[in-house]
Ligand binder design. Structure first.
Ligand code: NAD
Ligand code: TYD
Length: 357
């Protein structure tokens, strides 16, 4: 079996659902269930006996020792993290705790487990660390996309904490020989994306008749990948990646934020038009920019394509349509995640924007 951490979050839940749909191999899913973790993301599994959910922290070494001894996974896939840049600016402490200290404890627990394996079990074992393109910093408008050789230059507390975890993973390979793999992926979008991030926030705010808050000039560029393509890349790297290597994951879909927002509005205009006949774009509002806002990310994923033959299945156009359709079909999921804690975050983050609107 495999052990997934953070499998009740956005990407982890998509990964677990896809894994169990395609493989007979059971999954132990260790998730702390922070505000971003949601068991409803896994509801489609019902009481699937191949899914063992455990609520807990990747920093809890006693729990990890017990889980590893009991389930003897052949691989760990580490999704667990604090993942939202704006939250990392408001309060970086949790990011250091989970992304850095938590990853350290996880690595140490896994090292002890792996060290006691023997023969084929030891040779086949893998630790796959899921990371982000944000560790590379910000690109100038005409600079080539990030390759795996690009300098690590994180600019936000989030990206700095992820870069730190990537370094730990690398060091545990070089020093202790732990069989690790690292993936650095561009911005994901798709089902179960928590509506604090750009695309789901725009969809839920548009439908609720609220302002669509675009930071600064809206010309910051992100490189977007449909979440299920990220999951297929992780499966491919787990199967065939070279030990100790880093693989960039992306689909060559660079877009300025303002274009993303207009695309979401146009899809909603088509699929769920406003009652007054006006376009959703009239809800777009410019708000104060994010401090230290990275201007551009772009991922060069040719190594993954060349070495492992991976390619994304979705174009941006097909993926964003599926995403908007998913949110329209799941109003209960949306209202469930918009709990009291969610409303407090939105009020704190968009207090000025709301006035500006
Ligand atoms: P998310 O915030 O939606 O989910 C994170 C999950 O981790 C949640 O279920 C949460 O409960 C869990 N978690 C948090 N702290 C934990 C802890 N200490 N112990 C156990 N579980 C804990 O994040 P996501 O968007 O699904 O991202 C998953 C991973 O992918 C992260 O490592 C992130 O850095 C990386 N990543 C995300 C993107 C993206 O666009 N979302 C892109 C590239 C890489
Ligand atoms: P986000 O989804 O938070 O991902 P990241 O910061 O990790 O790339 O933001 C994507 C882009 O959208 C980023 O440039 C910030 C911008 N943004 C807005 O303009 N308005 C918003 O309300 C949010 C949440 C993000």
């Amino acid at each position: 079996m495999i052990l997934v951490t953070g499998g009740a979050g956005f990407i982890g839940a998509n990964f677990v659902l896809d894994w169990l749909a395609q493989s007979d191999e059971p999954v132990v899913n260790l998730d702390k269930l922070t505000y971003a973790g949601n068991r409803a993301n896994l509801a489609d599994l019902g009481a699937n006996p191949r899914h063992i959910f455990v609520q807990g922290d990747i920093g809890d070494t006693a729990l990890l020792a017990r889980l590893l001894a009991e389930h003897r996974p052949r691989a760990i896939i580490n999704f667990a993290a604090e993942s939202h840049v704006d939250r990392s600016i408001h309060g970086p402490g949790d990011f250091i705790q989970t992304n850095v200290v938590g990853t350290f404890h996880l690595l140490e627990s896994v090292r002890a487990y792996w060290g006691a394996l023997a023969g084929d079990e030891k040779a086949a074992f893998r630790f796959l660390h899921v990371s982000t393109d944000e560790v590379y910093g910000s690109l100038a408008p005409d600079a080539p996309a990030f390759t795996e050789e690009h300098r690590v230059e994180p600019n936000s507390p989030y990206s700095a904490s992820k870069a730190a975890s990537d370094h730990l993973v690398r060091a545990w390979h070089h020093t202790y020989g732990l069989p690790v793999l690292t993936t650095n992926c561009s911005n994901n979008y798709g089902p179960f994306h928590f509506p604090e991030k750009l695309i789901p926030l725009m969809i839920v705010n548009a439908l609720a008749g609220k302002p669509l808050p675009v930071y600064g000039d809206g010309l910051q560029v992100r490189d977007w990948l449909y979440v299920k393509d990220h999951c297929s890349a992780i499966r491919r790297v787990l199967d065939a990646g070279r030990l100790g290597e880093t693989y960039n994951v992306g689909g060559w879909n660079e877009k300025p934020n303002i274009e993303i927002v207009h695309t979401v509005c146009a899809l909603l205009d088509e699929l769920r038009p406003r009652a007054d006949g006006q376009g959703y774009a009239i809800q777009i509002t410019t708000v104060q920019d994010r401090p230290g806002h990275d201007r551009r990310y772009a991922i060069d994923a040719r190594k993954l394509e060349r070495e492992l033959g991976w390619k994304p299945a979705e174009t941006f156009e097909s993926g964003i349509r599926k995403t908007v359709e998913w949110y329209l079909a799941h109003p209960d999921w949306v209202s469930n995640v918009q709990s009291g804690a969610y409303r407090e975050w939105i009020a704190a983050q968009y207090v000025e924007p709301a006035k500006a609107a």
